[in-house]
Design a binder for this molecule. Structure first.
Ligand SMILES: Cc1ncc(COP(=O)(O)O)c(C=O)c1O
Length: 384
C-alpha cells in the first residue's frame, strides 16, 4: 500500500518573491523585488564573527540565547520603551523574525482559535496560523494611507479573537502605527482575552524624525504581547537569520517550550557578533537616515514619472501606483511584463492579500546601490 501524502498547505505555491527573482534572472533584469540590502554590511560584522570563533563559540548556545546578547536587548528596550524585560525569563533569541513569529503562533493558538491580521500582509502570517490549527481572519487596511479598520476589528473582537498580528513599520505599505494607534488598540482589546503578536523587524528604519512606536511602551499592550525583531534588517545581514522575541515571563515560558523543540538554540557565533554590534548604538541610530537618503533620491528621480508614489514612512519599500496604461493589466501581469520587456523586477501587491485581489500597486525595494536605483528609475521614467 502506498503512503498517502496530503498537503497541510494545499494552496501554497512558489512565493511571489521566488517567482519574480527567477523571472529577473531569466531576463537578466534589475531586481528591486526581493527585500534584502544589496550592499556590503559593516566590516565589524566579519571582525565580530572572527572574534566569536576565536572565543571558541562553536557549540550549542543556551536554549534561550547567549546571555550577554539577551542582557543587551533588555537594556535596549528599557532605554527605548521604558520596558523592564528580565533577560533570564522574557527574551529568547531565534532563527530570524520568521521563527519568532511561527513559535509565537504555536505557543498561543489552539485548534479553532481565530487570529486577525491586516492586509496587505507579510506572507508568513496566514500559513503559520493555518499550520497551528488557527482560523486566519484577514482584515484589509483602509484608505490611501492603509489604516487599521477599527470598526471591522471591533466586530471581529466581539466574535472572539485569540490574537491580533500587527506590523509596524509595515511591509509592504511602508506605513507606521503611531503611539495613539497603539493606545486605541489597547483600549479596544482591554476587555477581550486577546494577545498581540507585534512584528517590529523594521523598528530602526523609520524616517522624517518619527520614532518607532512599539507595543512594549504601551501600558495596556505590553503584558499581553509577543514582540518580534530581527538583526538581519538592522545590520544588513538578512542571510544570518537571527532575531528575537520578547514577552512577559508567563507568555515567554510557553514560547520557550516550543522553541526548545523547534530549534533548541540558534547559531552561537552570530549571537556573540550581535552582542558586539549592539554595544555601538551608531549602527541602529544612523540606519533611518541612511535609508532616508536612498528613499529621497529614489523618490526624487521618480517625481515626474507616470507612477504615483505613496508616502514612505519606514522600511526600505516604496509602493508605486501604476499609471492607467499599465493598470490595464493586473498588477501581477504588469510586474511580469515590466520584468520581461523592460528589465526591471518589482513585486505586485496582490499576493499580499489572501484573496489575491488586483491592486494597481507595485512594491520596490530601495535597499540597493545607487547605480541600480538610478537604472531602475530610468526604466520607470520611460513608461508613459
Ligand atoms: C514584515 C516582516 N516580518 C518578518 C520578516 C522575517 O524576518 P527574518 O528575515 O529575520 O526572518 C520579514 C522579512 O522580510 C518581514 O518583512
Amino acid at each position: 500500500m502506498n503512503p498517502i501524502l496530503s498537503s497541510k498547505l494545499p494552496q501554497a505555491g512558489t512565493s511571489i518573491f521566488t517567482h519574480m527573482s527567477a523571472l529577473a534572472q531569466t531576463h537578466n533584469a534589475l531586481n528591486l523585488a526581493q527585500g534584502f540590502p544589496g550592499f556590503e554590511p559593516s566590516t565589524e560584522i566579519w571582525q565580530g564573527l572572527q572574534e566569536a570563533c576565536k572565543k571558541g563559540l562553536y557549540q550549542y548556545a543556551p536554549m534561550p540565547g547567549y546571555l550577554p546578547l539577551r542582557e543587551s536587548i533588555a537594556q535596549h528596550v528599557f532605554q527605548r520603551f521604558g520596558f523592564n524585560a528580565d533577560p533570564q525569563t522574557d527574551i529568547t533569541i531565534t532563527a530570524g523574525g520568521t521563527q519568532a513569529l511561527y513559535t509565537a503562533f504555536t505557543a498561543l493558538i489552539e485548534t479553532g482559535d481565530r487570529v486577525a491580521y491586516f492586509e496587505p500582509a507579510y506572507d508568513s502570517y496566514h500559513p503559520a496560523i493555518l499550520l497551528n490549527g488557527g482560523i486566519p481572519v484577514p482584515l484589509a487596511l483602509e484608505g490611501s494611507q492603509f489604516e487599521i479598520p477599527w470598526e471591522a476589528l471591533d466586530r471581529e473582537l466581539k466574535k472572539g479573537l485569540k490574537a491580533i498580528v500587527i506590523n509596524s513599520p509595515h511591509n509592504p505599505t511602508a506605513s507606521l502605527l503611531s503611539a495613539q494607534d497603539l493606545s486605541k488598540l489597547g483600549r479596544l482589546i482591554e476587555n477581550h482575552p486577546t494577545f498581540i503578536i507585534s512584528d517590529e523587524v523594521y523598528e530602526h528604519i523609520v524616517f522624517d524624525g518619527q520614532s518607532h512606536a512599539g507595543v512594549l511602551q504601551d501600558p495596556l499592550l505590553k503584558n499581553r504581547s509577543i514582540v518580534v525583531s530581527s538583526f538581519g534588517k538592522t545590520y544588513h545581514v538578512t542571510g544570518f537569520k537571527l532575531g528575537y522575541a520578547i514577552a512577559a515571563s508567563p507568555i515567554m515560558k510557553e514560547f520557550r517550550k516550543i522553541h526548545q523543540f523547534q530549534v533548541f538554540a540558534v547559531h552561537s557565533a552570530s549571537q556573540h557578533l550581535f552582542y558586539l554590534m549592539m554595544q555601538n548604538p551608531k549602527h541602529y541610530e544612523e540606519l533611518g537616515s541612511f535609508y532616508a537618503e536612498l528613499r529621497d533620491a529614489f523618490r526624487l528621480r521618480l517625481k515626474d514619472s507616470a507612477f504615483s508614489l505613496l508616502p514612505c514612512k519606514g522600511t526600505y519599500f516604496q509602493l508605486l501606483k501604476m499609471p492607467d496604461s499599465l493598470a490595464k493589466m493586473s498588477d501581477l501581469k504588469a510586474a511580469e511584463w515590466l520584468c520581461r520587456e523592460k528589465g526591471l523586477a518589482l513585486i505586485p501587491l496582490s499576493p499580499f492579500y489572501s484573496d489575491g485581489r488586483n491592486t494597481g500597486y507595485l512594491r520596490a525595494c530601495f535597499a540597493k546601490p545607487t547605480e541600480q536605483l538610478k537604472a531602475a528609475t530610468e526604466i520607470l521614467n520611460a513608461l508613459a
